[in-house]
Design a binder for this molecule. Structure first.
Ligand code: DGL
Length: 294
């Protein structure tokens, strides 16, 4: 779903709009798995990614907190002339997208906001044959009920078995290789989904695509795993072309740049594993308060 963010810092936000970057944000490096898909599907576009590494993880924070963080980040990306905002983070989308949309609906000179929940839910409903879908996500995402709402708005007869995984994102982020503890956590998360006999599982956290082979093995080869990147990329492409905001670049690829709120060096080190492409420039950013949006 989309909402509008006032592009207050730009005097003429429509001027040469297509050449402006797409702003993407996340709690840290995890959203780089989503950016990866966007870079593959939309090579002609420029991207500006902000990882809120200083405040990672988001997965057990309250909706109010995540709405505040997301508003601060949105403001920063708009100051840097983003033409569209993408919330790559499942926890931030689940907890804060509706609040962000409500707060920011008031201007016609705004910038649209896309989140990851709805594209994944639509893809999962299209994939299921049995009508039983599973969800693996952070506690904040599960508690928000946003995937249930998104799934039942597409098809009210489809059921969702949600499993909150409080430690999994941290374990994936920490581990170059998987030890016994990681394998046990993944197995534990998969157990309720096996018992519920789901045929489709939504990977409801930016980190989980990194353990896709392990999940597929534990859930069984006939289970369809749905991650947000590809479906979101199609939605971004649609939003840009219907608004006349596609980058007019004819040849070559666009550029991508990174902002983070924590240590740029550790962002770069971790980020390469998540992006699976070379990381360019990483700049540390101080986020400002959001009185204007409160
Ligand atoms: N990007 C976050 C998410 O998808 C990763 C987990 C976290 O920050 O707790 O929910």
């Amino acid at each position: 779903m989309m909402g509008c963010v006032p592009a207050s810092a730009s005097p003429d936000p429509r001027a040469d709009a297509g050449r402006r970057p797409i702003g993407v944000f996340d709690s840290g490096v995890g959203g780089l798995t989503v950016l990866h898909e966007l870079l593959v599907q939309l090579p002609q576009e420029d991207f500006l990614y902000l990882g809120d590494t200083a405040r990672f993880p988001y997965g057990e924070r309250s909706p109010e907190e995540l709405a505040r963080f997301s508003s601060q980040i949105a403001e920063e990306l708009l100051r840097r002339r983003a033409k569209l905002l993408v919330i790559a983070c499942n926890s931030a989308t689940a907890a804060a997208l509706p609040i962000l949309e409500r707060r920011m609906m008031e201007t016609t000179l705004g910038v649209d906001v896309l989140g990851v929940v709805r594209p994944e839910a639509m893809q999962a409903v299209a994939a299921t044959r049995s009508g039983r879908i599973g969800l693996l996500a952070t506690p904040t995402t599960v508690a928000s009920g946003s995937y249930e709402r998104a799934v039942s708005s597409v098809d009210p007869h489809v059921t969702l078995q949600a499993v909150a995984c409080p430690t999994l994102a941290g374990i994936i982020q920490a581990g170059e290789q998987f030890d016994e503890r990681a394998v046990d956590s993944v197995r534990e998360a998969c157990l309720p989904l096996r018992e519920a006999d789901v045929d489709t599982v939504i990977l409801g956290c930016t980190h989980y695509p990194l353990i896709k082979p392990m999940l597929q093995r534990m859930l069984g080869p006939s289970v369809t795993l749905v991650s947000s990147g590809a479906a979101l990329a199609r939605q971004v492409e649609h939003a840009l072309s219907t608004r006349g905001l596609s980058n007019p670049r004819q040849h070559g690829e666009g550029d991508y740049r990174f902002l983070c709120t924590g240590e740029p060096e550790s962002f770069r080190e971790l980020g390469t594993r998540f992006l699976q492409m070379p990381l360019g420039e990483v700049e540390r950013v101080e986020l400002q308060s959001v009185e204007a949006l409160a």
